[in-house]
Write a protein that binds this ligand. Structure first.
Ligand code: IPM
Ligand code: MG
Length: 350
């Protein structure tokens, strides 16, 4: 089969890790008789340098014309002093919004080979999926600066509609149906009105999904519980900002933030797939970045957007086999560079 994949390699280590994922995809294409046609587009800092804006129209059009999008990472110190709407990150938020990708799925999985790297190496095994709302909340609310009584003031607004909460809630409950049938919704309903509405809507859904065990948790407690007893979680559903923070925290339980992939999906098949980590400007160009999160993101893309479940399994198994054989990058206690790690993973593709 032929598929059109838009590439947003981005900044920092972005191009290096996306290139690793492409090598893996090309090998899978050769093994299983597919053709992946790539269209490289710019978003983030590289787009600012080229066109003056973080998300050129041609990038949005190119993504809309593709079956799916693979992204590396955006941002870096070079663009840190630009106004908010012209920063690289605005390009990422813009493409998520433009493609209607309201659900961000972040599986937090501990590979057996890395258990010793986890700060919770003596705890029971866990397997969590964080379902993060991605196109609403404080990331997209009204913000600005005003001259207040005590001088300059800045504000950001958290706003959620019933529709937005309900559709992300459904993703969480449906995801739980294919797993251990437990959903915990994370909010700050003891303080925030947006969280109180969030909780009300989640309760209505919980009444509908009677086969799923449901619970609420306040976000500060959830941050603690993740460290104390991660095995209590199956699916965690939460708002845009809480999901951003909790997924970075949870990543450490797997040994490294370099391990976690993500998919961002909406109502259709097209999705955007990216590692949860950033552009790591400090190690960009050194050839030491861990490509696993991006390779696993490509595997998620095959499963969810291209209906290639078998091929997706093949990639995930190859990653697991390489780790089991002791092939590790520096962030997970090894010595391999990006290229060597990629080659090892490719050698286990069957
Ligand atoms: C992520 C990142 C982004 C986010 C940044 C780069 C805008 O941290 O995908 O987790 O906050 O969503
Ligand atoms: Mg983040």
């Amino acid at each position: 089969m032929r598929f059109n994949i838009a590439l947003l390699k981005g900044d920092g280590i972005g191009p290096e890790i996306v290139d690793s994922a492409l090598q893996v995809l090309d090998r899978v294409a050769a093994l299983y008789g597919h053709e992946f046609i790539y269209n490289s587009l710019s978003a983030g800092g590289c787009a600012i340098d080229r066109t003056g804006v973080p998300l050129p129209e041609e990038t949005v059009a190119g993504c809309l014309a593709s079956d799916s999008v693979l992204l590396g990472a955006v941002g870096g110190p070079k663009w840190d002093n630009l106004p908010g709407q012209l920063r690289p990150e605005a390009g990422l938020l813009g493409i998520r919004k433009a493609l209607g990708l309201y659900a961000n799925i972040r599986p937090v999985k501990l590979f057996p080979a890395l258990k010793e790297r986890s700060p919770l190496r003596n705890s029971p095994d866990f397997d969590i999926v964080i379902v993060r709302e991605l196109t609403g909340g404080i990331y997209f609310g009204d913000r600005g600066r005003i001259c207040g009584e005590k001088g300059v003031e800045a504000y950001d607004t958290e706003r959620y509609s019933v529709t937005e909460i309900e559709r992300i809630g459904r993703v969480a409950f449906e995801t739980a149906r294919g797993r251990s049938k437990r959903v915990i919704s994370v909010d700050k309903a003891n303080v925030l009105e947006s969280s109180r509405l969030w909780r009300e809507v989640m309760h209505e859904l919980a009444a509908e999904y009677k086969d799923i065990a449901y619970g609420d948790m306040l976000v500060d407690n959830a941050a603690m519980q993740l460290i104390k007893n991660p095995a209590q979680f199956d699916v965690m559903v939460t708002s845009n900002m809480f999901g951003d923070i909790l997924s970075d925290e949870a990543s450490q339980l797997t040994g490294s933030i370099g391990m976690l992939p993500s998919s961002s999906v909406g109502n259709g098949k097209r999705g955007l797939y990216e590692p949860i980590h950033g552009s790591a400007p400090d190690i960009a160009g050194t050839g030491t970045a861990n490509p696993v999160a991006t390779i696993l993101s490509a595997a998620m893309m095959l499963r969810h957007s291209l209906d290639l479940a078998k091929e997706s399994d093949v990639i995930e198994n190859a990653v697991s086999a390489a780790l089991d054989a002791g092939y590790l990058t520096r962030d997970i206690g090894g010595t391999l560079g990006t290229r060597e790690m990629t080659d090892r993973i490719i050698s286990y593709l069957v």
